[in-house]
Design a protein around this ligand. Sequence first.
Ligand code: KG4
Ligand code: ZN
Length: 361
Amino acid sequence: MPTVLALETSCDESAAAVVRQNGSRLEVLAHRIASQVEEHAQWGGVVPEIASRRHVEALPTLVDEVLEHSGLGIDALDAVAATVAPGLVGALMVGSVSARTLAALHGKPFLGVHHLEGHLASVLLGDTPPTPPYLVLLVSGGHTELIQVATDGAMTRLGRSHDDAAGEAFDKVARLLGLPYPGGPAIQALAAQGDASRFSLPKGRVSRREGGFHPYDFSFSGLKTAMLRQVEACKAELVDGDAAAAVWADLAASFEQVVADVLVERSLRCCRDAGLRQLVLVGGVAANLRLRREMSERAAACGVQVQIAPLEFCTDNAAMVGAAALQRLRGAQHFSSLRLGVSARWPLEQAEALVSTVAPF
Ligand code: KG4
Ligand code: ZN
């Protein structure tokens, strides 16, 4: 049974996991995450230099823990994998160098994994993994994309955000509302007590040069500006404490609702136009309970089957990196070069190039 040790250090979570392929099922034998979120929260966002240092401190213990917890020694592994792109270069380097060192020392193959390939593979960690063809809505702090996965696994991007990613919009709006980083969970908690129909907010659209709108593309910058105006108007009008608290909750709920509406509507339209009956939801924002609920209910009404990554594997983790690595191992037995470096940007469509004897970077 192919088994991998996987590391993820692309941003502000240090993570390690041991994942095994058991027939058609993927088993997470052990996984650990050391989050740096609290430390970065005081700066309102991720500080790259701090992130790299914390990865260096956290990773050795995480690796020891997952190996011990899995009950497997390093000799039982078939490969060591790490995220190599995209992300913060210094942070990626910590995971990549650690994985390559372990691989070289123990004579194991190394697999460099694309971070988004990891998010896409996170849905395979669920009880009923989907089989292609399907459409993926990938919503994270850095990406908002609609990706068609064909029967042969080939990926084509059909939609994207032209400005902020959905998670970035949550983080920026949270700051406007005086909530801590990361914004998604904070907005979700506040929105749970709010009235989502109180404020009418814009569903940003992206114009096409030839007229009309891109049907599957997204824009969140207008929504962010509309929220800024509402926050300022509310601050100017409010004096009473209880009423003020209710207004912030209603604003959070209205924002969360419009983001969910836009994501659900465009994903379902894309499914319909592409003739796809399965929709997969992955990425940090896929942890949002309103989005999960709205997507499931509205897709069911259109006869589209929805598969959502397990809640614990939506935000950054190493189990999804292990799942992506195992998919590579299932195909041709190609491994990455030990000379493979890291890259802040790399298109998902070229993820294949990471698993080659010739390193693309
Ligand atoms: O996938 P992820 O962990 O990291 C990236 O690859 O970017 O996604 C992080 C993003 C952050 O913007 C965070 O605010 C958002 O996911 N997020 C959420 C929720 N949990 C995390 N957004 C909305 N609702 C949530 N419950
Ligand atoms: Zn991510």
